[in-house]
Design a protein around this ligand. Structure first.
Ligand code: IVH
Length: 690
């Protein structure tokens, strides 16, 4: 702190070095977290640094700069976006619509012809990149500071969306190290598939409008006039080129290849896709098209093709442009992920939890690389909001391993919509009443395990790879086993005999034996797998792991009160209640007991179980470096014993665990009178009374 004696009073001025150090640290950690996905510090520590910076800036608003990490959100809603003329036009690329190998061959042949190469000349070197399915964006940096983001618009003029783009953690606000005076980075802003699903599920739960696809959701977020709303829409970014570049006086020179350029951008902190690669000649382009095509479904984001670019910038210059398209680049497409088709009917499917899902029956359509005949309509309300009617032409989307869905009606929904589909009053499978609880979006069958559909789903859920992993126990077999009443409950699975199985349709003795072997093998499992396999509502894989880690033993979980369950990481009141209710039901306990007596077993941990609740209800803050334990280890141990670890000290903090070089948290603890302990004391607490 710089302090000065002014008229006899002590006035503290801002510590500029501290301010700069905080900003640098935050820039560094944002890059580790958002771009590299390798955080070096806990979130709470990041928050602490952030708040420290915020506090200094609040006291001295004149020191706030546009590239400060605190300025990512905070702009006011706009009435409209300003237009910006691009310094260098944003062009589009020629598209090879033919999805076969010839797309790459044609391009390579054209490039070779233009460059007057003959057969004896070596292959042309290309860069092969994914064609991200988002929106093109121009990011302008002046003297290393992010000053403006613009959309492509018509290629000549775009819109100033700086406020919204600032909220994207992956976009650096400041770059350094031989950066040109003016640098425009071009790339694609997009929404990851998982972020898109989460966003849509959230919208669905709230009964609000869902987005058609990640691209539309991203476009909506980028063009959102209120940056506070934009900040809640999770966007990502990949760099693929540059726009205007004005070198610095110091003479910074950019690399002379497309690949070198991308690597340089990466080293300045821009996200670069790991799928970008160098390819020699047409054969390697074709191989790339095929390889990325095979990976397409499992990528975390949508792509609609790949892009090939001549690597040497000198050759790019020689090739030049035709009208608005460069001769040195081409986009090579994949089959579209959205198609139109006629909806010929709506079926109702019953899920594991009894949820009724309207499913569109479609005229077969080739979409996202497969032929689709069914697509989900999610729920009655979504179907109505989209104004879908049987007989309509609809848009079907299939992307990644997500189940195909109907995303809209073509051309426009009916102005006077009269639905021609209604939820059945009784379950189409078991005839039990269909109910919809107050405030719930979904209709459910009230039949529980009496309902064959729910039983089938429960068995499939139990047998899936990530649960008990019974290989070969697929949908068709489960259908038969349940329909013929060979299996009524989960434990029946372990009472199956060879003759019973082999008697089923098409079940040869050999494959029956394979299934029996797989069932036998599944008996040796782990507690998290078993817990997940039980299909308790709201208990996914991650929660099952946390429960197992926290309690160690199944019995402890079965007996846990909702309060005790709440102590588990990431378990909130709804999940705690759901687990408690599940194990409170006699028939569920019975199923568990029978499975155990059929030989299903796992190793029970007891580290956590030995002292499950020793620190329940206590909140710890860890600060400084401890002599033996890392902070993560200390946190794990506290959490395993039922305690909570917080990032900042408050009156509610039970203990501050302080190590060497403990900073402001220690001061705060002392100021608030919170008990401060050392590592040895913590270990003693974990051990419990002698
Ligand atoms: S390069 C002059 N590379 O495709 C070449 N574009 O029609 C400028 N796109 O609007 C574009 N992935 O939004 C390039 N790896 C990639 C791309 C890519 C997606 C989009 C971009 C542009 C459109 C080109």
């Amino acid at each position: 702190m710089v302090t000065g004696d002014l008229f006899g009073a002590e006035v503290s001025g801002p510590d500029l070095a501290q301010l700069e150090s905080l900003r640098q640290q935050l820039h560094h950690h944002a890059h580790q977290y958002y771009v590299l996905d390798q955080p070096e510090i806990p979130d709470a520590e990041y928050d602490r640094l952030f708040r420290e910076l915020q506090a200094i800036e609040q006291a001295h608003p004149e020191l706030i700069t546009p590239d400060s990490p605190t300025q990512r959100v905070g702009g006011k809603p706009l009435a409209q976006f300003a237009s910006v003329r691009h310094a260098v036009p944003m062009l589009s690329i020629r598209t090879e619509t033919d999805t076969e190998a010839s797309g790459a061959e044609n391009f390579d042949a054209r490039v070779r012809r233009e460059l007057e190469l003959d057969e004896a000349d070596p292959p042309v070197e290309y860069v092969a990149e994914p064609k991200f399915d988002g929106l093109a964006l121009n990011l302008r940096y002046e003297h290393g500071v992010f000053v403006q983001a613009t959309t492509r618009g018509d290629g000549e003029t775009g819109e100033d969306v700086t406020q919204n783009i600032r909220t994207i953690g992956q976009v650096p606000l400041r770059i350094s190290g031989g950066v040109p005076d003016v640098l425009e980075v071009r790339g694609e802003v997009y929404m990851r598939r998982d972020d898109f699903e989460t966003l849509n599920n959230r919208q669905r739960e709230k009964g609000e409008k869902t987005f058609v696809n990640p691209r539309n959701a991203a476009a909506g977020a980028v063009r959102q006039l209120d940056p506070a709303i934009a900040a809640q829409r999770p966007l990502s970014f990949y760099a693929y080129g540059v726009g205007e570049v004005l070198p610095s006086k110091a003479g910074s020179v950019l690399p002379d290849t497309q690949y070198g350029l991308l690597k340089q951008l990466e080293s300045w902190g821009f996200p670069l896709s790991a799928l970008v690669t160098i390819a020699q000649g047409a054969p390697e382009l074709i191989a790339y098209h095929i390889r990325i095509g095979q990976q397409r479904d499992t990528l975390p984001f949508d792509i609609d093709g790949v892009v090939y670019k001549v690597n040497a910038l000198a050759l790019q210059k020689r090739l030049g442009f035709v009208t608005r398209e460069p001769r040195w680049a081409v986009a090579h497409k994949y089959p579209a992920q959205e198609q139109q088709t006629r909806m010929i009917g709506i079926d109702v499917q019953v899920g594991r939890t009894g949820k009724l899902t309207p499913v569109a029956r479609l005229a077969p359509v080739f979409v996202g690389g497969v032929t689709v005949t069914n697509a989900t309509l999610h729920n009655l309300f979504e179907l109505r909001r989209k104004r879908v009617r049987v007989g309509d032409t609809v848009i079907v989307r299939r992307a990644g391993d997500v189940i195909p869905e109907v995303v809209g009606v073509v051309p426009t929904p009916h102005p006077h919509y009269v639905p021609n589909f209604h939820m059945p009053p009784t379950c189409p499978i078991c005839g039990s009443a269909v109910v919809r609880e107050k405030g719930e979006i979904n209709h459910r069958c009230s039949g529980g395990l009496f309902c064959a559909a729910q039983r089938k789903q429960a068995i499939l859920h139990y047998a899936q790879r990530r649960a008990l992993d019974v290989e070969g126990l697929g949908e068709k077999l489960v259908d038969q086993l349940v329909d013929t009443q060979v299996i009524r409950t989960l434990p029946d699975l372990y009472r199956l005999g060879l003759s019973g199985l082999a008697a089923l349709d098409r079940m040869a003795e050999k494959s029956a034996q394979n299934v029996l072997d797989a069932i036998e093998k599944s008996k040796h499992t782990t507690l998290p797998r078993f817990l997940f396999g039980l299909g308790i509502r709201h208990v996914g894989e991650a929660t099952a792991k946390e429960l197992a880690r926290h309690f160690g033993k199944l019995d402890a979980i079965m007996e846990a009160s909702p309060e005790a369950l709440l102590q588990v990481n990431d378990v909130g009141p709804i999940v705690a209640q759901s687990i408690h209710i599940f194990f409170a039901q006699e028939h569920n306990r019975e199923v568990v007991e029978q499975l155990r007596s059929c030989g299903v077993s796992w190793e029970e941990g007891d580290a956590a179980a030995a002292a499950p609740q020793l620190l329940a209800g206590q909140t710890f803050v860890i600060t400084g470096s401890l002599p033996n334990l890392s902070r993560d280890e200390a946190r794990d141990m506290i959490e395993a014993a039922g305690g909570k670890v917080a990032g900042s000290v408050s009156k509610k903090t039970s203990y501050v665990v302080a190590g060497a070089e403990a900073g402001s948290k220690l001061d705060k603890a002392q100021a608030l009178g919170v008990t401060v302990i050392d590592e040895a004391h913590l270990l003693a607490l974990l051990k419990g009374p002698e």
